[in-house]
Structures are given as structure tokens and as C-alpha cells.
Design a protein around this ligand. Structure first.
Ligand code: KDG
Length: 353
């Protein structure tokens, strides 16, 4: 065989090998098909177990991550039909991207805050109205009752299956400029909010200068001083390392934010009723673990933050002034959300308070 023929043979051989290699690698990361594609199970050696990926925005120290691992453990104990993979720190995408992937059937599960979901279901804005829910107990009663069921059902028209309410928690303000003890201390502070008009309007009413931003970009923005402050529950503030880039924290407790356990409807519709029931009951089981663990961590984080930052307690009188200042926001957004939903929400809170 001539030298030229040998070279051609060598060339085609390397091309075949590289194509084969390319096919092999994408399967390992589960990138080729979307979740729910049984073929993926084969690569995990679990017969034709279906791979269900969970996308989370918080990191792997957060109680929500522990709750997702608990869901994985419970489900894989009950059945060989599924293998659950948990991705934290927005590795797959932030809340909006992950939610859109669920709608497309490219991702099985995500557990975002309700606030980014307002862009999908405007009624979800009811959870962003400040100073409504007075305690975790009332939150549980309202979310696990007929009102919560109604709000979960609203997601289906957006190709999302809402399975359970998890806890993000009461949000508190941090910043790197000055202690915030009264409304006037907020003047001109550049506060990052979730991508949510109600939060933006509330902080504007309070005299701050709010700017919307994805959770995935927040730490860098504080590090670079693009924003002066932000607001989140104690576990997120402590476990995402915010004391490294923030000096002051105030227990504003200005709104209770739920997490919602979402499942992709396109994938859900490929499951048997038995499989759907198994996933639903397991999501509800892990919900109890989530709330217990999140409240435990929230207490611990609050104490740690008192050591790591300048902690300002807001007096009841001053909290009433905060509440008064944002009242116009509730009125302004009640129509966008739907007045019926807002009145029903307030009545449910009243009933359980
Ligand atoms: O994915 C994580 C987010 O859902 C959550 O942490 C959102 O509270 C949140 C924020 O401040 O963006």
C-alpha cells in the first residue's frame, strides 16, 4: 500500500475514533436527551431507570440542598424506576432558565422561590406583598390549605406541576454602607432585589434604590460594589458567605418567601399514575424535613451572623413604619395579581393568625 494510502487510512481512522468519543462524553453529563429519557438510566447502570435532575440556585451548604438529597434518598428507596441527580449553585441555570427548561421537558425538577415565578403566573405576586405572613406556622397553614392547593394548580397552564411548598423563609436586609435601624437609613442604598416588580416598588417606596438581579449574579455584585445590599433569609445570608462582602444586617423580616417544588409537565405526562403518585407523596414527605431543617438552620445562622456582622434589631414601632410606607405597593399590585386572590390570601392569614 502506497504512503499516500496509508496516510488517508490513518486520517479516516482518527476521524471515526473522535466521532465515537464525542457520542460517549455527552451521555455521561446527561446532556444529550432531556430528563426522563430512560436511555440515560442505562449509563447509570440502573437498568432503564429514568434520570431526574434537580436544579437549585443555592449552594450545597443550604438546607434546600439537603432537602433535595433527602427527596432523592426517599424516592430511590421506594423504586428503581428513577435515579435523582441534584445540581446546586445554578450549575444548570438560574431560576428563570431552569423553569423554562421544565416547560420544554429538558429538565425534570427545580425548586425556586415564588418571586421569579411571577413572570410566569402573575397571581404568584401575592407572596411578594410585604409584611403579610406573621409566622412560619401561619405560612404552613395557608400554603398547605385550599389556598396553597389553588396556587399550585395555577402552574399547570404554564406546563409546570407544583407538588409542594418548601421554605425559603423570612427575608432580612444586609448592606455594606451603614446600619439600618429606621426607614430613613435606607435613603439611596442600592439594594439588589429578585427579578420582581413588587420587590422593586417596595424598596423604592422605602427610599432605597433597588435593582433587579438573578441570584446567581448576587455575590459578585456585592463583592464588586455594584450593589450596596440585598435581602434574603438568614440561612442564605450565612451559607452563601455574604458576611465576607457585607457588614450590616437588620432583622427586617419584611416578607416570607416560599420555595415551590416544581416538576416538568411534559415529563410528568410520560409517567404512569403510580409513578406520579410516588413522586408527589415523596415531595410532600421531604417537605416536612425541609421545613424542620430550614428553621433549625435559620436559628443557628442568625446567631452566627450576630458574631460575623453588625446586627441591628428593628423595633416594633419602626417595623410598623416600614409596613406603613409600603402599603401603596400592596394597593398598586392587587389588580395585577387579582384582587380576589389577594383578598383570599389575607382572609386565610387572618383565619390562621
Ligand atoms: O434558586 C435560588 C433562589 O430561588 C433563591 O434563593 C431566591 O431568595 C432568592 C433570591 O434572593 O434570589
Amino acid at each position: 500500500m502506497t504512503k499516500k494510502k496509508w496516510l488517508l487510512l490513518l486520517l479516516s481512522l482518527t476521524m471515526v475514533i473522535s466521532v465515537l468519543a464525542a457520542c460517549g462524553s455527552s451521555e455521561d453529563t446527561g446532556g444529550t436527551g432531556s430528563d426522563g429519557d430512560a436511555s440515560q438510566g442505562e449509563e447509570s447502570g440502573n437498568g432503564d431507570a429514568m434520570v431526574l435532575r434537580i436544579s437549585l440556585g443555592i449552594n450545597n451548604h443550604h438546607p434546600l440542598y439537603e432537602s433535595a438529597l433527602h427527596f432523592k434518598e426517599l424516592l430511590e428507596e421506594k423504586t428503581d424506576d428513577f435515579v435523582v441527580e441534584v445540581y446546586h449553585s445554578a450549575q444548570i441555570g438560574d431560576d428563570r432558565v431552569a423553569t423554562e427548561m421544565l416547560q420544554m421537558g429538558d429538565l425534570a425538577i427545580t425548586i425556586p422561590s415564588t418571586s421569579p415565578l411571577v413572570n410566569f403566573v402573575p397571581e404568584y405576586g401575592v407572596f411578594d406583598l410585604p409584611f403579610m405572613i406573621p409566622s412560619e406556622e401561619v405560612a404552613d397553614a395557608v400554603l398547605d390549605g385550599p389556598f396553597g392547593d389553588k396556587m399550585l394548580a395555577l402552574l399547570e397552564e404554564q406546563d409546570l406541576i407544583g407538588l409542594a411548598w418548601y421554605e425559603n423563609g423570612f427575608r432580612n436586609l444586609t448592606n455594606s454602607v451603614r446600619p439600618v435601624e429606621k426607614v430613613e437609613d435606607l435613603k439611596g442604598l442600592v439594594i439588589r432585589t429578585m427579578e420582581n416588580q413588587i420587590h422593586l416598588d417596595a424598596w423604592s417606596e422605602l427610599g432605597a434604590n433597588p435593582t433587579p438581579m438573578s441570584f446567581a449574579e448576587l455575590f459578585t455584585a456585592m463583592q464588586q460594589g455594584t450593589v450596596d445590599g440585598q435581602e434574603n433569609p438568614y440561612p442564605t445570608i450565612e451559607l452563601e458567605g455574604y458576611p465576607e462582602v457585607q457588614d450590616y444586617i437588620s432583622d427586617t423580616n419584611h416578607v416570607y418567601t416560599p420555595f415551590v417544588f416544581l416538576f416538568s409537565k411534559p415529563i410528568w405526562d410520560t409517567l404512569s399514575p403510580e409513578q406520579q403518585e410516588l413522586i408527589r407523596e415523596t415531595a410532600l414527605e421531604a417537605r416536612l424535613f425541609n421545613r424542620e431543617r430550614t428553621r433549625e438552620v435559620a436559628e443557628q445562622s442568625k446567631e452566627k451572623l450576630k458574631e460575623l456582622m453588625t446586627f441591628t434589631e428593628i423595633s416594633d414601632e419602626e417595623r410598623a413604619r416600614f409596613r406603613e410606607a409600603v402599603m401603596p405597593v400592596i394597593d398598586k399590585h392587587a389588580d395585577n395579581i387579582s384582587r380576589d386572590i389577594v383578598e383570599e390570601f389575607m382572609a386565610e392569614i387572618e383565619k390562621h393568625s
